[in-house]
Design a protein around this ligand. Structure first.
Ligand SMILES: [Zn+2]
Ligand SMILES: [Zn+2]
Length: 257
């Protein structure tokens, strides 16, 4: 299986997985980048579209691609969606040409957000996590609570460390600026920031990223670590438990420039 990040809008990625015959895409906010790729690979048939949540930058291209390809659409059962789809939720398994994709409910950014995890034969696993987990950060809490988001991130963090995390936005450098303000002595974070700057300087994506890297550098996966929890508490003395600490960390990021 080959994994490709198709850039869309200013900072979205539409993830495309293919086996030289069939393709699936995740969160096509616009159809054109996918149609263009399909034109360049005429022997590959798009047959499946996965959607993580209802926001337009993740769904805007679905109708266009369905009318061009008749692909099936699998989307969160608990989200209000402006398109015809088969609803999926926690516990569902999607069989795609021998690859089993597990559906995980990860509410927080939106109320019914889902993620998809699977392991192609002989390869590291992949995680399509939409706007829940970003490299060095996490999604804004538009519809869910801090407790829900912390629980969702805990569940993603418990996946195998070699999982390739496929986030829907290239937010890495701005997230790392914040992460370094929170956790300045984290040497893994410092080294990761240098490598991401080098990639962006060459116009390359920073994604996918190994989950084990995120576990070492992402303050939103490390809000219980002494260094992150202390930094949050120094700023907000009310951050006395895990959920309050996570909430204060997310609020700090919202204000951070
Ligand atoms: Zn979103
Ligand atoms: Zn988005």
């Amino acid at each position: 299986m080959k994994l490709i990040a198709l850039p869309a809008f200013s900072d979205n990625y539409i993830w495309l997985l293919h086996d030289d015959h069939h393709a699936l895409v995740v969160d096509p906010g616009e159809g054109a980048p996918v149609r263009q790729w399909l034109q360049q690979h005429p022997h590959v048939q798009l047959d499946t579209i996965l959607v993580t949540h209802h926001h337009a930058d993740h769904t805007g291209g679905v109708a266009d691609l369905v009318s061009a390809t008749q692909a099936r659409v699998l989307a969160p059962a608990m989200e209000p969606l402006p398109l015809a789809s088969t609803g999926v939720q926690e516990g569902d398994l999607i069989d795609w040409h021998g690859l089993n994709l597990k559906v995980l409910d990860v509410p927080g950014h939106t109320a019914g957000h889902v993620a998809f995890w699977g392991q192609p034969a002989g390869q590291d696993p992949v995680l399509f996590c939409g706007d829940t987990l970003f490299s060095g950060g996490c999604g804004r809490l538009f519809e869910g609570t801090p407790a829900q988001m912390l629980d969702s991130l805990d569940r993603l963090a418990a996946l195998p460390g070699d999982t390739r995390v496929c986030c829907a936005h290239e937010y890495t450098l701005s997230n790392l600026k914040f992460a370094l303000a929170v956790d300045p002595d984290n040497t893994a974070l410092q080294a990761y920031a240098r490598s991401c700057h080098a990639l962006r300087d060459q116009g390359l994506p920073t994604l996918p990223v190994a989950l084990s890297t995120e576990q070492a550098i992402n303050p939103f996966l490390r809000s219980r670590s002494p260094s992150v929890a202390t930094a949050v508490k120094n700023r907000d003395a009310q951050a006395l438990d895990d959920i309050a600490t996570f909430a204060a960390l997310r609020a700090w990021k919202n204000e951070f420039r």
